[in-house]
Design a protein around this ligand. Structure first.
Ligand code: PLP
Length: 795
């Protein structure tokens, strides 16, 4: 058999006419990408055959976002080829890490939600579960962030230039998607027949990204749809003399998969967003139904063989789309179609923040998708009728799918799915006790919880090989295959030599990050200082501002009161949605603090602030292994789960956090002694809201808050001032930074004192690594597979 590296050599020869010693890095990169894809295709063929023969149930995961991250290292690692390739390249004068660096991040997501989808695909594949992901092939993924003079600037992310080698184009599976037009009802001998006329047609072209599993047989597919104009349709317009309209439709078509919306909560009122959602859900549903019908010659058993998972409400149009296909194309009755639909879909809720729950205005929605709208309206009518019958009329105001001329997508998902889950215990409790209380009453048992998890192979084995190989040698268990085995490390929690070894590894990762910080920002940081990390999207509720207030507090104390704290490096990474002014102000504020401190000969010896631009998966992989402190300081009740908290914990960072999202479960896992918890709890926050939160009272009653805020007013660097931020905190402070300020500052002092006791800190850090097993995405996806989807592995 020809070895993998022989194939690389052959590819270079036949494609570029070069032997490996004449090849460029760019050529080697291309050869590796293409040959890895081919290798996965071969494996995929064998796996697919078994899957087809078994006729078992399959899961389909719909998500507007998959934050894939780089693929090459993940694939070589999973296929067990990394060592062989590394040696082969080294022998020929190449460094594998430099080749990896050529690959752009496929940034087809904003943050946590998209990364979760990718972690789940990796985990399910590693466990041999049959799962297909569906999303959009955005030509431009999440923007590239450049910080200029402290302000965020957005640049297009042209990832396909170098990133497309991993994709396989499947021209044989194109489908047609219809927008606009009108519907006509017609009574035939088979009943009511609905036809859709004068529509604009767009073609969905499939591109497959093959997903590898760690030492598994499975290769699953992430199918990404790309929009292209339907030339046939346009020719007709052209012949009718409507040349301009034919070109217009090209523009509409091609804009659909042009870019990822860079808002990580919700972009309301955008017709293009509706089109994107329908485009990929319709394409995916058509394909699922077509394949199912080809195998079984009926759709009656669809729900027995297919489960379709809706990741947040963005793919909710799956539901009316399946109704449409069953009713209009396969001539099912409403009752029979609804019976299938309500056994096929499961939905994950990701947010309880009112402004982030998707709503579409009927006036915007209906002309774009007339048939889909009429189906949603009918689902709603029948649901409302049913509520009347069961005596739930008074709650219809909150439960109705269409209300005040708005379509509420979460309500559509809850009514139509057989299962609804939240993403952490706390979040799932809030769903049933508060946000969706009425639904929980009429649908007992429909709601449950699956706490999020992370692809630990990426987040420890690949991003922290030093720690992984040390733990492999020490524990002699295969925790890379099964993360629960890492708990064996707990036995060493009082072993000084192990604690010292772990500390050395942490120092090494900090040194690697320092080098990167120096190269990218010019700032010299002290590797011995506490690396205090807050990396995540920039959002008011995540409270990067609270972190910044503490930095200002320290600055004042050092400068005016002679405080000499343990040196600390505050590291931030965060993209702000391009239209989010307050988030951009906060970035500017943090960057200004960084500059101010660098200019101060005293303060800079104790505090550094580093804002690393363009936070993305590849940067997360550099920062997280180097962290000592993991800042998870959202207002309690606002962060549904968080997954950054889990990645940091697994790499030995100690959580400084509120009782929010999965922090609650991290606290439960490591115990009170191995975490720094501060701030108001969710019930306390709710109580304070009920009684009327008045930030000005905190300002008046605390000299420390007053001094901090008034000091911010004096900052004026290169013509920028931050009075707007101070006024915002005093007058509105919607996420209660001031209410939690004291508790946060006190906890930060405890962090500092604990760090001085190296042995204690090291032991706490060790316990965090040891207890991270439950946060593997393997555990989460196993729960989905067994408790919700009812699917088996392919044997
Ligand atoms: C994990 C991850 C996130 C999510 O971080 P949270 O702290 O959970 O919000 C966002 N972006 C990237 C690039 C990630 O890797």
């Amino acid at each position: 058999m020809v070895g993998f590296t022989d194939e690389i050599g052959r590819y270079l020869e036949t494609k570029f006419g070069n032997s490996i010693d004449e090849a460029s890095e760019r050529q080697v990169y291309q050869a590796l990408m293409v040959k890895t894809r081919d290798k996965l295709s071969e494996k995929r063929f064998d796996y697919n055959k078994k899957l087809k023969d078994s006729k078992q149930k399959q899961a389909f995961y719909m998500s507007m976002e998959f934050l894939v991250g780089r693929t090459l290292r993940n694939n070589l690692f999973n296929l067990g080829l990394e060592k062989e390739v590394k040696d082969y390249l080294e022998k020929n004068g190449f460094t594998l890490d430099k080749i990896y660096d050529i690959e752009p991040d496929p940034g087809l997501g904003n943050g946590g939600l998209g990364r979760l989808a990718s972690c789940y695909m990796d985990a399910l594949t590693s466990q041999d579960y049959p799962m297909t992901g569906f999303s959009i092939l955005y030509e431009f993924g999440i923007f590239k962030q450049v910080i200029h003079d402290g302000w965020q600037q957005e640049y297009p992310d042209n990832w396909l230039d170098l990133g497309s080698y991993g994709l396989a184009y499947r021209s044989d599976e194109e489908v047609e998607i219809k927008f606009y037009g009108s519907t006509r009802e017609e009574w035939t001998d088979k009943g009511l027949k609905i036809t859709h006329n004068d529509y604009t047609s767009v073609i969905a072209e499939p591109y497959d990204l093959l997903i590898s599993g760690y030492h598994s047989e499975a290769v699953n597919t992430l199918r990404l749809w790309r929009a292209k104009a339907n030339k046939g349709f346009n020719m007709k317009l052209f012949e009718k003399g409507e040349y301009a309209r034919s070109v217009e439709s090209d523009v509409i078509a091609e804009s659909i998969s042009k870019l990822l919306y860079p808002a990580d909560d919700n972009d309301t009122g955008k017709a293009l967003r509706i089109k994107q959602q329908y485009f990929f859900t319709s394409a995916s549903l058509q394909q699922i139904v077509r394949n199912h019908y080809a195998t079984y010659s009926t759709l009656d058993n669809l729900a027995e063989k297919v489960v379709i998972h809706i990741n947040d409400t963005h793919p909710a149009m799956c539901i009316p789309e399946l109704m449409r296909i069953l009713l209009d194309e396969y001539e099912y009755s409403w009752e029979d179609a609804w019976n299938i639909v309500t056994k096929t879909f499961a939905y994950t809720n990701h947010t309880i923040m009112a402004e982030a729950l998707e709503k579409w205005s009927v006036d915007l929605f209906k002309p774009i998708l007339p048939r889909i709208y009429s189906i949603i309206a009918e689902i709603n009518n029948r649901f409302c009728e049913w509520c009347k019958r069961i005596g739930a009329l008074s709650e219809l105001e909150t439960m109705s799918i269409i209300h005040n001329n708005m379509i509420k997508m979460a309500n559509l998902c809850i009514v139509s799915s057989y299962n609804v889950n939240g993403v952490s215990k706390l979040h799932s409790d809030i769903l049933v006790e508060d946000t969706f209380k009425s639904f929980n009453r009429i649908y007992p048992g429909k709601f449950n919880n699956v706490t999020n998890g992370i692809a630990h192979r990426r987040w420890i084995a690949q991003s922290n090989p030093e720690l992984t190989s040390y733990l492999n040698d020490l524990l002699k268990v295969d925790f890379v295959k099964d993360l629960s085995k890492i708990e064996k490390l707990y036995d060493y929690k009082d072993d000084r030599s192990v604690i010292e070894d772990l500390e050395k590894i942490k120092l090494l990762k900090k040194a690697q990050l320092s080098k990167y910080i120096k190269e990218s920002t010019g700032i010299n940081v002290d590797n011995e200082s506490i690396f205090d990390v807050q990396v995540k999207r920039l959002h008011e509720y995540k409270r990067q501002l609270l972190n910044a207030l503490h930095i200002v507090y320290l600055y004042r104390k050092i400068k005016f009161d002679g405080l000499r704290p343990v040196p600390r490096t505050f590291i931030f990474g965060a993209k702000a949605s391009s239209g989010y002014a307050m988030a951009k102000n906060i970035i500017k504020f943090i960057c200004t603090l960084s500059e101010m401190i660098e200019a101060d000969p005293v303060v800079r010896n104790y505090v550094k602030v580093v804002f690393l631009e363009d936070y993305r998966v590849t940067l997360a992989e550099k920062i997280i292994p180097a962290a000592n402190v993991s800042e998870q300081i959202s207002q309690a009740g606002k962060e549904a789960s968080g997954t950054g908290n889990m990645k940091l914990m697994l790499n030995g960072a100690l959580t400084l956090g509120t009782m929010d999202g999965a922090n609650v479960e991290i606290h439960e896992a490591v115990g009170d002694k191995n975490i720094f918890i501060f701030g108001l709890s969710t019930p306390e926050v709710n109580e304070l809201i009920k009684n009327g939160y008045r930030p000005i009272d905190y300002y008046r009653s605390s000299s420390e808050i007053r001094d901090t805020l008034e000091f911010i007013r004096t900052i004026n660097l290169n013509g920028s001032n931050f009075n707007n931020i101070v006024d915002y905190l005093i007058n509105s402070d919607p996420y209660m930074c001031l209410a939690d300020f004291h508790s946060y500052v006190e906890k930060q002092k405890e962090v500092e004192n604990t760090y001085l006791d190296k042995n204690k800190w090291g032991s706490m850090s060790l316990v965090n690594i040891a207890k991270a097993g439950i946060f593997s995405a393997d555990r989460s996806t196993e729960e989905y597979a067994k408790n919700i989807w009812n699917i088996d592995i392919v044997k």
